[in-house]
Structures are given as structure tokens and as C-alpha cells.
Design a protein around this ligand. Structure first.
Ligand code: MG
Ligand code: MG
Length: 238
């Protein structure tokens, strides 16, 4: 899983470097797929439940599961990219939200809070704790700054399958759910809205957008719980 996670992180970093006004999400999708093929890894999302792309590309008011397309990204946009792969029988799954050129201060804060909430969630993934300690840490971090946690989508166990038990909500009270143990591997993924927490799914059956049309951000890491605490598998510098 370290190997899978490292590959996911490297591909997301490669995509991050390409993001600028004028680039299309279809170009990013094709880059990610090409790199998977080169590394003999298989994209995890393409074909999953019929999902048609290698990355989920969700700009601005799209929350998750957006389709890559040929619309050029514009200065001031944000683009969430969710990406996973399987190599040697194990999955890695991670997401980042990237600014396109210069973004306004409120949007900078949205990205910062979402990323901070992921860090808080990961820091709560300690052996001996409970699953909902992660959920509670995320919700507390998001709501202290007046942002909203999306309820409809959750983090998940991950390993030999992309989505395993348990589901990991991004809200809740501490001390509930299974006890956390050394060796568990999770994908933790807060989705945070500027406005209302509600989402709706578009007619394509996949693209989730905010109910009020305001912006949303998404960050995700695959982590392992070790006896020394959480280890992030999907980052370049552990
Ligand atoms: Mg993901
Ligand atoms: Mg995931």
C-alpha cells in the first residue's frame, strides 16, 4: 500500500504542476491514465460502477465525481482532482483541490480549512481510539470557521478493494464505532462547502454539486494506523 500510495501522490503532484488557466481536465485525465499505464498500474475509478474517467475532476461548485471535459480552466477557478490506482493488488486513493492562477481570499480560506480538517482527522486516527474520533475532529475543524461538512459522501476503508468497510463520516461525536487498531488502512476525505452543506447529483448520475451553487473543496489521503500513530501513504514526503 505504500507503493500504491506513493504512485498516487506522484501522479497528483504531476497534475498539480500542469494546472493553469487554459488547461482542460480531459488533458489532466489523459496524463494520469498514461502515467498509470507506464507504471503498469490500473486506474481505480475508470469503469468503477461505470465511471468513465481516470480522475474525478470537480471544479468550483462541484463537490465530487465530476467528469473531465474540454472546457479550459479559468483564472480564479478551483479544481478538485480525486485519483486512485491499484498496483500489486492494493489500492491507493487521494484527492486535492488546486487553485487555478490567482484565487480570492475566501477561496484560499476554503482550501486551507478543508486541508486542515483532513490533517485533524488523520491526527485523530490513533490506535485505541474510535472511528468517530476521526469524524468528530474533521467536523470541529470545519465548523469552527463557519464552513459546512458534506454529509452525503464519506471516507472508507481501503486495501485490496477501493471501498471497504467501515464508512468514515466527516461529522459525528467522539467515541463511537469500531476501535482503531494498528494495521487498519483508511481513506479519509472531508468535503467542505462555503455555503449550505447540501448537495445534489446531476443528470449524468455522477456529478455532485452544491445545492446553493457555492464553492466546495475536497482533500483526501490514504493512511495506515501504526502503533506509532497514523502514517500517510499518499504523500511524497511522509
Ligand atoms: Mg478518492
Ligand atoms: Mg476515497
Amino acid at each position: 500500500m505504500r507503493r500504491a500510495g506513493r504512485m498516487v501522490a506522484e501522479i497528483l503532484e504531476m497534475l498539480r504542476e500542469k494546472v493553469r488557466p487554459g488547461v482542460t481536465t480531459l488533458q489532466l485525465d489523459q496524463l494520469a491514465e498514461k502515467q498509470c499505464i507506464e507504471w503498469k498500474a490500473r486506474p481505480a475509478f475508470k469503469g468503477y460502477g461505470g465511471f468513465p474517467f481516470t480522475i474525478c475532476a470537480s471544479p468550483n461548485n462541484q463537490v465530487v465525481h465530476g467528469f473531465a471535459n474540454q472546457d479550459p480552466l479559468q483564472e480564479g477557478d478551483i479544481i478538485s482532482i480525486d485519483f486512485g490506482l491499484i498496483i500489486d493488488g492494493f489500492f491507493g486513493d487521494s484527492a486535492v483541490t488546486i487553485p487555478v492562477g490567482k484565487i480570492d481570499d475566501a477561496t484560499i480560506q476554503l482550501l486551507q480549512v478543508t486541508q486542515d480538517s483532513l490533517k485533524c482527522g488523520i491526527a485523530a486516527a490513533l490506535p485505541g481510539g474510535h472511528l468517530s474520533d476521526i469524524s468528530s475532529a474533521i467536523q470541529t475543524c470545519v465548523e469552527k470557521d463557519g464552513f459546512s461538512v458534506v454529509r452525503e459522501f464519506v471516507g472508507h476503508g481501503i486495501g485490496r478493494q477501493l471501498h471497504e468497510e467501515p464508512q468514515i463520516a466527516n461529522y459525528g461525536v467522539q467515541g463511537r464505532g469500531p476501535k482503531l487498531k494498528d494495521g487498519m488502512t483508511f481513506a479519509i476525505e472531508p468535503m467542505v462547502n462555503v455555503g449550505l452543506p447540501g448537495v445534489k447529483v446531476l443528470e449524468d448520475g455522477w456529478t455532485a454539486v452544491t445545492i446553493d451553487g457555492k464553492q466546495s473543496a475536497h482533500f483526501e489521503h490514504t493512511i495506515a494506523i501504526t502503533e506509532n500513530g497514523p502514517e500517510i501513504l499518499t504523500c511524497l514526503d511522509r
